[in-house]
Design a protein around this ligand. Sequence first.
Ligand code: ZN
Length: 66
Amino acid sequence: MVKFARCNALLSLAVDASGKGCRYVAKAELEEDVIKDMTGHIQGVHQVDASEMRLNILGVTKTTRG
Ligand SMILES: [Zn+2]
């Protein structure tokens, strides 16, 4: 079981370095790690303060098998 969250589910207008819609997906076995991964991505790539986005990230985190 893997948990994942899509960047564009959080930041619908986010674009990547080439100007296309950001397709980054944070994946981990633990929700805590998905949150950490996504927080780092949002702050590093989009320069958005993600420190208060914890609940938003949890809200778009889904679980899949393998
Ligand atoms: Zn992104």
